[in-house]
Design a protein around this ligand. Structure first.
Ligand code: MLT
Length: 268
């Protein structure tokens, strides 16, 4: 596994972890997380793919400049990475939750470079006023009392009660990644997500082969809601991962990876 950095807009240095060789698959992490949530996928998918796990602006080892950013700019960061690793080739994007918002934007801005998408535990809708307010509150809280105090309550939505019932590597790793998020990274991401576009009206025109996945116990992207919007996409397969909540790549890596590999093989 290698780590490299790319200079993106406004002096942001984007760190990427790269493993394996083959068709390029970019893994986009959720909030408030970083590339480490893909630890199992970086190992398993690397057997047949060039797997790239970036840290989005401000998270993990990526820097965050003083400029605020949009989800569209994060999609442009991914295009920069594609140009380096896949130059004239198409890529597959795997986006979890906030990573899924970036994948939708990438489809809109750079869809000609996309061979397939895997949208995990995400949604195409924009925030309503209450959700936007909650983001501004979290962002203010992070700056006032610290990142972990602002995001700690999310832990019980990210992981299933089974993962949280006893001390476990998954809960420890998730907690550690969340604790490592800086108040500035939390605030910038919350502002970007609050301003994100609604992609619902685009769903019927997305021709890119897409796999939509969610965890059986995901309360952020519940299976029934997810199945409804997935059914509006032209070329889409929907699967639920039994037993998992929001972070199925960590909680049920074997099932998650199998779905991804089966799907990627079916579309190439
Ligand atoms: C995530 O997991 O990325 C977040 O739940 C996304 C969000 O806050 O909308």
């Amino acid at each position: 596994m290698n780590t490299l950095s790319f200079l993106a807009q406004h002096g942001n240095l984007i760190s990427v972890t790269v493993a394996g060789t083959g068709p390029t698959v970019i893994l986009l992490h959720g909030f408030p997380l970083d590339h480490r949530m893909w630890q199992s996928q970086l190992k398993s998918l690397a057997k047949g793919y060039q797997v790239i796990a970036p840290d989005l602006r401000g998270f993990g080892r990526s820097s965050l400049s003083a400029h605020s950013y949009s989800i569209a700019e994060l999609a442009d960061d991914m295009e920069l990475i594609r140009q380096h690793f896949a130059s004239d080739k198409q890529i597959s994007l795997v986006g979890l939750s906030m990573g899924g918002y970036v994948a939708f934007e990438y489809w809109k801005r750079h869809g000609q470079h996309l061979s397939s998408m895997i949208l995990a535990s995400t949604k195409p809708t924009a925030d309503n006023d209450a959700a936007r307010e909650a983001r501004y509150d979290m962002s203010a809280k992070a700056k006032k009392v610290g990142g972990w105090s602002a995001v700690s309550a999310m832990l019980e939505k990210l992981l299933s009660t089974t993962s949280l019932a006893q001390p476990s590597e998954i809960a420890d790793l998730t907690t550690q990644i969340m604790r490592d998020c800086t108040p500035d990274a939390i605030a910038a991401a919350q502002h970007a997500m609050a301003r994100r576009q609604d992609f619902t009206c685009h769903l019927p025109s997305i021709q890119t082969p897409t796999l939509v996945l969610t965890g059986q116990h995901d309360v952020i992207a519940p299976p029934d809601e997810t199945a409804r919007w997935a059914a509006r996409m032209a070329n889409c397969q929907f699967e639920t991962i039994p037993g998992a909540a929001h972070l199925s790549p960590l909680e049920s890596p074997v099932e998650f990876n199998q779905h991804v590999v089966d799907f990627l093989q079916s579309v190439t």
